[in-house]
Design a protein around this ligand. Structure first.
Ligand code: F6P
Length: 613
C-alpha cells in the first residue's frame, strides 16, 4: 500500500507503510505528534516563493503573457543582448518568452536564492548534499592536474589523477594487446554493466563519440556495449555475436549492490567462467598478465563469494570493476588491482567524468580522446564558477528553466536529473514544481513524431542544439545543399516556427481554403533556445555535458532543493526487494503471496502460477 501524506496547501509526501490507510493531513488534530513536530520544525525555514523577487516575477507573468514572441523578436537590442558566446559555443535565448526586464528580475531572484554563494560552496567542497552529508565535487573529476579542490580539508585532485593514470595505463595495455584474456587473445570487445548514472552518461558520450571521425578512428576494430536492463532479452542482445575469449566485462556500480547490475554481473561471470574456466592460461599469457598487474595476481581469491560456476582465473582476466565499494568488488571475485575507484562526493548521476565513464570510453577510444572530453567539461566548470551571471551559460539556462517551469507553468522541456522534489533542502513542503519532464530526439526525427504536439498542442520549451561542422559531411553530386545543410535548415527554421507561428491572416493571404484556416493556424509564442557549437568532438561533448549538469544545479539552488540526492528512486527499489523476497519464498518454500494489496497479490499469484506450468 502506498499512503500519501498531505500537507497543506498542496504538497504530498509519499512513504511506504504496509497496512496504513493512506492519506494523511498534517493539520488534522488527531494526527500523530511526531509528524506535527516535523511540521513545526519546517515552519522556521523560508521558501524562495516568499521572497519579493519571486512575487515580482509572478506579477510580471501577466505582462509577458500579453506580449507575443513576434513582437519581442523585432527588438534588435533585446535579441542582441540575448546572445552569449563562450569558448566556441553560441547561445541564443531570444526566443524565450522573456524581456530584458524578465532577466533583471531573474537576476534578483538569483540574488535572493544566494545562487553565487551556493555555486561557490559547491566548488569549495562543502557538504551541500545535506541529506546524505556529502560534498558535490564532480567538477574535481575534470580539474587540471595541478588544481586544488578540497573536500574535508583534503585536496582530492591528486586522488582523481591517480585513478585517471591507472585507467590510462590499463586501457593502453588492453588496447595494445599487452593485457590479454585467459586464452592469450587480445580483448577487443567491452561490455559495460551498469544502470542509471552508471550507464546513461557513458552511453551518451559513446553515442556522440561514435560519430566523431577522429575518435571513431581510434575505436576501429573495437566494440563497446552497455548492459543495463535486467531483462534476459537485453543480456542475450548484448552477448549476441561476442566471443568470451576476446571480451572484457566492466562492472560499473557506485554501491556494488544495485540489484540489476549485480545480477547481470553474476550472469556474465558465469558466461566467462563457463566458456573459459577450463582453459589454463598459456605461459606467455601468464607472463603478460603478471607484467600488467600492479600486484601479484590471484591473491584475492580467498575473499571470493562462493559460486558454483565461478572460475577465478578466467574472471581475473575478463572482468574489472568501477566502484566506491572496493570491499564488495573483491568479495565478488574481481581482483582489487583491477578495480577503479571513485568517491562518495561523486553523485551517481554526475559520475560520467569519473572512472564510471572514463574507463569504458578509454578502452574504446583511448585515454587521449577521453581526456579532451574532460577538458571540455573543465572549461565550462571554470566559466560557470567565474563568469558574471548575464554571460554565464549554465546560469542563464537554469534561470530560464525556473522561469518556464515555476512562473509560466510550462511543465516539460524537449532535453536528466535529481530535481523534481516535493520538499526544500530544509524539508519544507513546496507549493511549486521543481523539475521538468525532459525528452528529445536527434535531428529531424522529432519533427516527424512529437513536433506536432509542440507546435499546436502543449507549450513545451525547446532546446535546439546544432553544430556548424558536421562530423560526416556527405555531399551528393549536383545537390546544392549537403545533408548537414538540410539538417541545419531545420535547426534554424523550427525555433522561428515555434516563436512566430502562423496567423489566419497569413493563411488567407496564401489562399488557404476557409475550412482549413483553423487547422493550419499556429499560435506561436512558444519559447525555445538555440545552442550552436563549432563541431561535435570530444571537447565539445564535454562542454555540453557540463552545461547541462550545471543547469540542473542552478535550478535546484534557486528552488532551494537538494539536486544531489534521489530518495524518490529508492522507494521503487525497496518495493522490488519485497517482491523479490516473496518470489523466492513462494518458489522455494511454496509460501502464499501475502503483505501486498489486492491487485498486486492477484498479479503476483498469476505470475507464479503461470510461470510454473
Ligand atoms: O537509481 C538511481 C541510482 O541510484 C543512480 O543514482 C545510480 O547511478 C544508479 O542507481 C546505479 O547505482 P550504482 O551505481 O550504485 O549501481
Amino acid at each position: 500500500m502506498l499512503p500519501t501524506i498531505r500537507c497543506r496547501p498542496a504538497v504530498r509526501i509519499s512513504g511506504f507503510h504496509p497496512g496504513d490507510p493512506g492519506i494523511y493531513d498534517l493539520e488534522s488534530p488527531d494526527f500523530n505528534c511526531s509528524l506535527k513536530d516535523i511540521k513545526s520544525g519546517m515552519a522556521s525555514s523560508a521558501l524562495i516563493c516568499e521572497t519579493e523577487p519571486w512575487k515580482d516575477l509572478r506579477a510580471h507573468v501577466d505582462d509577458i503573457k500579453k506580449t507575443h514572441l513576434r513582437e519581442l523578436m523585432t527588438d534588435m537590442e533585446r535579441c542582441q543582448s540575448m546572445m552569449v558566446d563562450f569558448d566556441g559555443i553560441m547561445l541564443d535565448y531570444s526566443r524565450q518568452c522573456a524581456t530584458l526586464d524578465t532577466l533583471n528580475k531573474l537576476n534578483n531572484l538569483a540574488q535572493a536564492a544566494h545562487l553565487k554563494e551556493k555555486i561557490d560552496r559547491m566548488f569549495e567542497g562543502e557538504r551541500i548534499n545535506s541529506t546524505e552529508n556529502r560534498s558535490v565535487l564532480h567538477v574535481a573529476l575534470r580539474a587540471p592536474r595541478n588544481s586544488v579542490i578540497n573536500s574535508d580539508g583534503k585536496n582530492v585532485v591528486p586522488d582523481v589523477w591517480q585513478v585517471l593514470d591507472k585507467i590510462k595505463n590499463f586501457s593502453d595495455r588492453v588496447r595494445s594487446g599487452a593485457w590479454v584474456g585467459a586464452t592469450g587473445k587480445a580483448l577487443k570487445n567491452v561490455i559495460a554493466i551498469g544502470i542509471g548514472g552508471s550507464f546513461l552518461g557513458p552511453l551518451f558520450v559513446h553515442t556522440a563519440l561514435q560519430t566523431d571521425l577522429e575518435a571513431a578512428e581510434f575505436a576501429r576494430g573495437r566494440q563497446l556495449r552497455f548492459l543495463a536492463n535486467v531483462d534476459p532479452i537485453d543480456v542475450a542482445r548484448n552477448l549476441a555475436g561476442l566471443d568470451p575469449e576476446t571480451t572484457l566485462v566492466v562492472v560499473v556500480s557506485k554501491t556494488f549492490t544495485t540489484a540489476e547490475t549485480m545480477l547481470n554481473a553474476r550472469t556474465l561471470r558465469e558466461w566467462i567462467s563457463a566458456a573459459l574456466g577450463a582453459v589454463q592460461p598459456t605461459q606467455s599469457a601468464v607472463r603478460l598478465q603478471i607484467l600488467a598487474c600492479n600486484g601479484p595476481p590471484y591473491l584475492f581469491q580467498n575473499h571470493v563469494q562462493a559460486s558454483p560456476g565461478f572460475r577465478p582465473q578466467a574472471v581475473a582476466k575478463h572482468m574489472v570493476a568501477v566502484s566506491t565499494n572496493l570491499t564488495l568488488v573483491e568479495k565478488f571475485g574481481i581482483d582489487p588491482n583491477n578495480a577503479f575507484a571513485f568517491w562518495d562526493w561523486v553523485g551517481g548521476r554526475y559520475s560520467v567524468c569519473s572512472a564510471v565513464g572514463v574507463l569504458p570510453l578509454s578502452l574504446q577510444y583511448g585515454f587521449e580522446v577521453v581526456e579532451k572530453f574532460l577538458k571540455g567539461a573543465s572549461s565550462i566548470d571554470q566559466h560557470f564558477h567565474s563568469a558574471p551571471f548575464e554571460k554565464n551559460l549554465p546560469v542563464l539556462l537554469g534561470l530560464l528553466s525556473v522561469w518556464n517551469v515555476s512562473f509560466l507553468g510550462y511543465p516539460a522541456r524537449v532535453s536528466m536529473e535529481s530535481n523534481g522534489k516535493g520538499v526544500s533542502i530544509d524539508g519544507v513542503p513546496l507549493p511549486y514544481e521543481t523539475g521538468e519532464i525532459d525528452f528529445g530526439e536527434p535531428g529531424t526525427n522529432g519533427q516527424h513524431s512529437f513536433y506536432q504536439l509542440i507546435h499546436q498542442g502543449r507549450i513545451i520549451p525547446c532546446d535546439f542544439i546544432g553544430v556548424v561542422k558536421s562530423q560526416q559531411p556527405v555531399y551528393l553530386k549536383g545537390e546544392l545543399v549537403s545533408n548537414h545543410d538540410e539538417l541545419m535548415s531545420n535547426f534554424f527554421a523550427q525555433p522561428d516556427a515555434l516563436a512566430y507561428g502562423k496567423t489566419p491572416e497569413q493563411l488567407l493571404h496564401e489562399n488557404v481554403p476557409h475550412h482549413l484556416i483553423t487547422h493550419k493556424t499556429f499560435s506561436g509564442n512558444r519559447p525555445s533556445l538555440s545552442l550552436l557549437l563549432p563541431s561535435l568532438n570530444a571537447y565539445n561533448i564535454g562542454q555540453l555535458l557540463a552545461i547541462y549538469e550545471h543547469r540542473i544545479a542552478v535550478e535546484g539552488f534557486v528552488w532551494g532543493i537538494n539536486s544531489f540526492d534521489q530518495w524518490g528512486v529508492e522507494l521503487g527499489k525497496s518495493l522490488a526487494t519485497q517482491v523479490r523476497k516473496q518470489l523466492h519464498a513462494s518458489r522455494r518454500k511454496g509460501e502464499p503471496v501475502e503483505g501486498f494489496n489486492f491487485s498486486t497479490t492477484m498479479l503476483l499469484t498469476r505470475f507464479l502460477e503461470l510461470h510454473h506450468r
